[in-house]
Ligand binder design. Structure first.
Ligand code: AMP
Ligand code: GLY
Length: 423
């Protein structure tokens, strides 16, 4: 089978790495990919939103399976585009259609879905510019901190958590009236603040059946001790030590099952990965958000723990026979630590040569923002690479990731040295 992975991050390198190990994978393509994917697949310099370009590649190369990494093409309707095109009828897309992708594309849509199906989440109200005064009143009725969320996609920057009422009101106005996040903040969701520990739950569904993938925890802040600005993610571990059998059951019964059932009941077709951002509040799981894709860097620890042939699993998704698959999970812990460019998540430089890649042993380097320049590999983004390792527990895995990171260098390289510190 000829397969295309869309995207260019550590998530996509990991998916391509796993797919490349399948006996069912003949030719593997990644668009646009990075220097890491280039070593195991053919990169094609086509953007993830260039549907026409993707169509041409799929037809030219006889691709029959497309795995969509990031949310943007899903929210823009890539799956719907494939369904509409006669010549693409036989291509399976792993990733939901536009309607279901609205679970990530609109916070208000997601909150309405959760309330309709009694899925535990924070209390909320949503406001548009003509409801600014009511928004102020709602804020006055809440206790700090105040959680303001731009309704639409804002590249992970659309959530503000503020301690001061005056500042919260000010930001609400800036979002609604001054378009702080462009169209994404035409509607703002104001939420009750939930105090607890976050974790990521991943589900693969064919629309009828589902499989829960290994749980993971990521570390979003740039600074050690979870301080400083939010990033795309600085590291991850799987499994999550505080998810015991009782808590797992609560997640499955109260959140995963009602979500899959709710999608069916609402007539929202869903094929692909669903990422449920959870928070554990006093022993109870609540949903912070839905994403309609895998997480990054969680993919770098979740996918390596799956022992099945991933092409066979996707085949079962195609055939709506996911119930026939038995997932085999590596019981070791997987850990990943992300090396980023100096300055990230604010301004940073690209094009720095990465040295030491050939000296890594007993870890897997998943590339994120890298590209090939002549015979060198250079940085090409904020998050540059992920160092993934296995261990009997996360401490052992992290020790390996860290000892291998010491062998790497590029100008300005930074990584957090305390991933897993809170466990
Ligand atoms: P989101 O984009 O909805 O995942 O929000 C980004 C981050 O903001 C989450 O990962 C949480 O750390 C935090 N957050 C979002 N909603 C809440 C909430 N209701 N209470 C506390 N923290 C929240
Ligand atoms: N690691 C969080 C995300 O992928 O959104």
């Amino acid at each position: 089978m000829n397969i295309l992975v869309l995207g260019s991050g550590g998530r996509e390198h990991t998916l391509a790495w796993k797919l490349s190990q399948s006996k069912n994978s003949t030719n593997l393509f990644v668009a646009p990919g990075n220097a890491g994917t280039a070593t195991i697949a053919t990169n094609s310099d086509i953007g993830v939103s260039d549907f026409e370009g993707i169509k041409q590649l799929v037809l030219k190369e006889g691709i029959t399976l497309v795995v969509v990494g990031p949310e943007v093409p899903l929210v823009e309707g890539i799956h719907d585009f494939f369904l509409k095109e006669e010549s693409l009828k036989n291509v399976t897309v792993i990733g939901p259609q536009k309607l279901a992708a609205t679970l990530e594309g609109s916070k208000e849509f997601a909150k309405e879905f959760m309330f309709r199906h009694s899925i535990p989440t924070a209390a909320y109200q949503s406001f548009s510019a003509d409801g600014l005064e009511e928004g102020y009143k709602f804020l006055e009725s809440l206790e700090p901190p105040y959680v303001l969320k731009a309704d639409g996609l804002a590249a992970g920057k659309g959530v503000l958590i503020l301690n001061d009422l005056k500042e919260a009101k000010n930001e609400l106005r800036t979002m609604l009236v001054d378009s702080k996040f462009g169209d994404a903040s035409r509607t703002v969701v104001i939420e009750e603040f939930l105090d607890g520990t976050e974790l990521s739950c991943f589900v693969l569904t064919d629309g009828e059946h589902y499989k829960i993938l290994p749980m993971a925890k990521d570390y979003k802040r740039i600074g050690e001790g979870d301080t400083g600005l939010n990033t795309g993610g600085m590291g991850a571990i799987s499994p999550v030590p505080f998810v015991d059998d009782v808590f797992y059951k609560k997640i499955e019964e109260r959140i995963v099952k009602p979500t899959i059932k709710g999608l069916k009941k609402d007539g929202i077709p869903y094929v692909g990965f669903l990422f449920i951002g959870l928070i554990k509040v006093g022993g109870e799981p609540k949903v912070i958000e839905y994403n309609v894709r895998m997480g990054d860097p969680e993919t770098e620890v979740v996918i390596p723990r799956i022992k099945n042939d991933l092409v066979e699993v996707f085949r079962a998704v195609m055939d709506k026979a996911l119930d026939k698959v038995e997932l085999k999970i590596d019981d070791r812990a997987a850990t990943t630590v992300i090396a980023v460019s100096g300055g990230y998540p604010e301004a940073y430089e690209k094009g720095k040569e990465i040295l030491g890649l050939e000296s890594i042993d007993n870890s897997i380097v998943f590339h994120a923002g890298t590209k090939k320049m002549e015979d060198k590999v250079v940085s090409n983004g904020g998050r540059v690479l992920a160092m993934t390792s296995f261990g009997k527990d996360h401490e052992e895995g992290l020790a390996l990731s860290y000892s291998n990171l010491e062998k790497l260098c590029f100008d300005g390289m930074y990584y957090r040295k305390d991933i897993g510190f809170d466990l």
